[in-house]
Write a protein that binds this ligand. Structure first.
Ligand SMILES: Cc1ncc(COP(=O)(O)O)c(C=O)c1O
Length: 328
């Protein structure tokens, strides 16, 4: 799905809330020419029965964003907590009562020619109503990309660096034109890395497997949430280890994870069925758990959710986070 951009949406830009249609950058902006920006992707899910909108792990997203901005030496002055408050205000001003995707973007903003970046930085936070990103209800058909995942010593894949997404765009375009729903990247050592915009998990011989963060993958927050859910709720052994391409053809279950895609089952890879081409039991359970956790149905995972509208929900979240700070 491609999110439509209504010019009347309120965005946070240049330290102010303003209509999207008025938030403009100059044609010589450094990031536009050289890809020198870092973005984030955060979701908020609408809970109809509670009439509440829940932001999913915004503190972790903003902390990751700030840390990764450091790779490009982009300064985002507000703290992760202050960025959460800006986002809550943004959601309230838009009065969203639907699922929303939040796109923070920090970038080198000097307007001049020359690749070497200076210290002029800017950031914005954009929020858009957003439905399903990939229609994965019945399982996806993924294809191994002929493009390799970027290496850490070229452009770090662990950060959402704007310029690095040329790698994902090439793979995604190739996959779609070849009739696949999503691309799977191998890295330069030939191991499975991840999808074009998502991490990858496999179930094999009763174990949940995913490539380690040193295999040129984005350090996904959904990946982290899935590991916690699988460990705590399913009691599954989890191994972060290198995965061979051919293991994709002989595994029991395969799925992709990400803020935009959620948990998306892959039922065919390179024209081969994954097991019997159905959605396996582990994928099915994790999907349900993730759905329930992100909508606030599971009390133990309310710690992940920042509520937008009800002050008593917000107080509860603050006290959970306070407690966590004291116990970690
Ligand atoms: C390349 C890539 N891998 C993985 C992910 C998943 O990360 P997260 O779960 O934090 O959204 C993304 C998210 O956009 C991504 O772009």
């Amino acid at each position: 799905m491609k999110a439509e951009a209504d010019p009347n949406l309120i965005v946070y830009f240049g330290g102010q809330y303003m209509p999207l249609g008025e938030a403009r950058v100059g044609i010589l902006t450094h990031a536009l020419h050289y890809g020198t920006g870092v973005f984030e992707g955060i979701r908020a899910h609408w809970n109809e029965s509670e009439q509440e909108l829940f932001l999913m792990r915004p503190l972790e997203h903003y902390q990751r964003w700030k840390d990764n901005c450091g790779i490009l030496r982009i300064d985002v002055p507000p703290s992760a907590k202050e960025l959460c408050s800006i986002t809550v205000e943004l959601m309230r001003r838009n009065a969203f009562r639907t699922n929303v995707y939040i796109r923070p973007l920090a970038y080198k903003c000097a307007e001049r020619v020359g690749v070497s970046p200076d210290d002029e930085d800017a950031f914005a936070v954009i929020a858009l109503p957003f439905g399903e990103y990939l229609h994965s209800e019945n399982g996806l058909h993924a294809g191994i990309s002929s493009w390799r995942r970027i290496e850490d010593n070229a452009i770090p894949a662990r950060a959402k660096i704007c310029g690095a997404y040329v790698n994902s765009a090439l793979a995604s375009d190739e996959a779609k034109r070849n009739g696949f729903d999503e691309a799977i990247f191998l890295n330069e050592s030939g191991h499975v890395a991840e999808g074009a915009t998502c991490n990858l998990f496999m179930v094999r011989k009763g174990q949940l497997l995913t490539p380690p963060v040193t295999e040129n993958v984005l350090e996904g927050i959904t990946r982290d949430s899935v590991i916690e859910l699988a460990r705590r709720e399913l009691g599954m052994p989890i191994s972060e280890r290198a995965i061979d391409r051919s293991e994709l053809y002989v595994c029991d279950e395969l799925f992709l994870t990400g803020t935009a895609v959620g948990i998306a089952p892959v039922t065919r890879v390179d024209h081969r069925p994954v097991k019997d081409a159905g959605i396996g039991p582990v994928t099915h359970k994790l999907r349900q758990l993730y759905f329930d956790a992100t909508r606030g149905h599971l009390p133990e995972y309310r710690k992940w959710l920042l509520p937008i509208y009800h002050p008593q929900h917000e107080q509860a979240w603050n006290s959970i986070r306070q407690e966590e700070m004291h116990t970690t």
